[in-house]
Ligand binder design. Structure first.
Ligand code: AMP
Length: 218
């Protein structure tokens, strides 16, 4: 079973991805995380990736494909893979479909979480992240016990560098202009399930599971 989860920033993609991976024994490929790790490496590839990410640009397809090929070559045998952050644009989706079909596989489902722009803003503006352990809080919906301090490690909570209104707008424009057309491409293939991401975590998760059942994936 191969799944792809997509949605705008702060749509709860990461949370749902973790739950799906745990429940169904899936491998989880999170492209943003893989790239952020590479960006820390002291290599020319790492430096190039860091520059692109920090300036809010997409990493070119040739580099993304190199990363994904390396990752897939090393993956163990599991019940399936949950892709998150790849493919992200139509050209990557076309490459990916070709790649899977050469292996006698296909993408079975695209889980598309939606969230209105105002809600994305509200979530991101109120997001705080621990400067030490990386745990994420939200001062409205999931506040720390003591203001400004991480419940888990006592580290200082900070605002992420890219959670400024201009950068949020830039990222959302990228989603609308480049990722939404890719979702449309998969919609034509009849494999997209669109879900309202503005609901409690468990309600969304039950909805995803229901739709997987309806499609005979479980
Ligand atoms: P994310 O955590 O998914 O928002 O990704 C962080 C950054 O990594 C993005 O702003 C892009 O610069 C880069 N990135 C992640 N996935 C891709 C992809 N599939 N194609 C190109 N760039 C990507």
């Amino acid at each position: 079973m191969n799944l792809l989860i997509v949605g705008p920033q702060a749509s709860g993609k990461g949370t749902q991805a973790e739950k799906l991976v745990d429940k169904f024994n899936l491998a989880h490929i999170e492209m943003g995380g893989l790239l952020r790790n590479m960006a820390k490496e002291d290599s020319s590839f790492g430096k190039q990736v860091a520059e692109l990410i920090n300036s809010g640009q997409l990493v070119p397809d040739e580099m993304i494909i190199e990363v994904i090929n390396k990752y897939l070559a090393n993956i163990g045998k599991l019940d399936g893979i949950l892709f998150d952050g790849f493919p992200r644009i139509v050209s990557q989706a076309e490459y990916f479909d070709n790649f899977l079909s050469q292996k006698g596989q296909k993408l079975d489902l695209v889980v598309y979480l939606t969230l209105p722009r105002e809600e994305v803003f509200k979530r991101l503006i109120n997001r705080r992240i621990c400067s030490q352990c990386g745990k994420v809080f939200n001062i409205l919906t999931n506040p720390p016990k003591v203001e400004g301090i991480c419940d888990f490690c006592g580290g200082a909570l900070v605002i992420r560098e890219d959670d400024t209104p201009e950068k949020i707008n830039k990222r959302l424009d990228g989603f609308e202009n480049k990722t939404v057309p890719m979702i449309e491409y998969y919609k034509q293939k009849g494999i997209v399930e669109k879900l309202d991401g503005n609901r409690p975590i468990e309600v969304i998760f039950d909805d995803v599971v229901e739709r997987m059942k309806k499609r005979g994936l479980l």
